[in-house]
Write a protein that binds this ligand. Structure first.
Ligand code: FAD
Length: 290
């Protein structure tokens, strides 16, 4: 069981808490107390932990713990050859990217492994580009990033902030309401036997979220009765002679060629127009040297 598994406490910062915060935790309960407990160290949970630690006020006054069933050390040290990619990826909207830039995480993302998306097609019937968006400051719609690249960036960023406690290789086994002191704060039972009493419990724990179940938030779903393939394809750079993939691409290509016509060529065409018309009249609409 996981209780015997290695538990990496990557960062622990109790001693740096403000005296006020320490006083808040004086209690007779055996449970440990935290102001914020984030369950899940995927891109969402780690981004939230990073955002919280980017605020000095939060770092100084709140005890934040993230619990992750997997191995965060492995993720922090994740490496992959430059020409191969992990197939679990996320498309990061410009707003999400702006958020990650603002809190300082984006600079830790390996940019060489990201891909801006300029044009999307679904079923070859729906297509849209960045220019279709109402407010658009960039030429791309979104940026594809491997989840591990995002998670590694957050973990590298978080290593500067030991105030945020990261518990990995520990699973949340159950969540129960705290019956003591008339409180309704959740008690988070971990696979290593510890119990954490959370003032704010955040579920970033994926599709089978135990936090969602505890909160009584219903979910529903249905089968599409279809299969999908997720893959990373290596392909040759598109040739200017290959047919365009969409009307947008056709328009872009025409525009590019139009803008490439030198000004002199246009001026010569205008200047030669009377001569060419005269030649057509002389030939009575027949063939001319033009
Ligand atoms: C093959 C594949 C391809 C994808 N491609 C795309 C794509 O092209 N574009 C796109 O936008 N999205 C894509 N996605 C979806 C994207 O990866 C997810 O939306 C994203 O991972 C969600 O992040 P998250 O942090 O919310 O959850 P997750 O990444 O699922 O993280 C949840 C974390 O919670 C932890 N956890 C769960 N239960 C517990 C527990 N009881 N105790 C402790 N920890 C727990 C898990 O270990 C996990 O690390 C793809 C997903 C897959 C699987």
């Amino acid at each position: 069981m996981l209780s015997s598994a290695r538990t990496n406490i990557l960062q622990l910062g109790r001693s740096r808490l403000a005296p006020h915060a320490r006083r808040c935790y004086a209690t007779t309960s055996t449970a440990e107390h935290r102001d914020v407990v984030i369950v899940g160290g995927g891109p969402a949970g780690l981004a939230l932990a990073s955002a919280l630690s980017s605020s000095k006020a939060v770092r100084d006054s709140l005890r934040v713990t993230l619990v992750e069933a997997g191995d965060l050390v492995k993720i922090k040290e994740w490496q992959m050859p430059a020409d191969s990619f992990h197939n679990r990826v996320s498309s990061i909207t410009n707003a999400s990217r702006g958020f990650l830039e603002e809190i300082g995480v984006w600079e830790w993302v390996d940019g060489a492994r990201t891909q801006p998306i300029e044009d999307m097609q679904a079923n070859a019937r729906i297509a849209f580009t960045a220019s279709d968006l109402p407010i658009q400051r960039t030429s791309h719609l979104t940026t594809m990033v491997e989840n591990l690249n995002l998670q590694r960036a957050s973990l590298r960023y978080l290593s500067r902030y030991p105030e945020v406690e990261l518990l990995d290789n520990v699973k949340v086994q159950s969540i129960t309401p705290d019956g003591s002191e008339g409180g309704s704060w959740p008690l988070v039972h971990l696979s290593d036997g510890r119990v954490i009493r959370a003032r704010l419990l955040i579920g970033a724990d994926g599709h089978n979220s135990p936090v969602r179940k505890y909160a009584g938030i219903e979910s529903y779903g249905w089968a599409y009765d279809t299969h999908a393939i997720v893959a990373t394809l290596h392909h040759a750079a598109p040739s200017p002679l290959s047919p365009p993939n969409s009307i947008h691409e056709l328009w872009e290509r025409v525009q590019k060629e139009w803008e490439a016509i030198p000004k002199e060529v246009c001026q010569n065409l205008i200047a030669s127009m009377p001569r060419r018309v005269e030649a057509v009249i002389k030939a009575k609409g027949g063939h001319t040297k033009y």
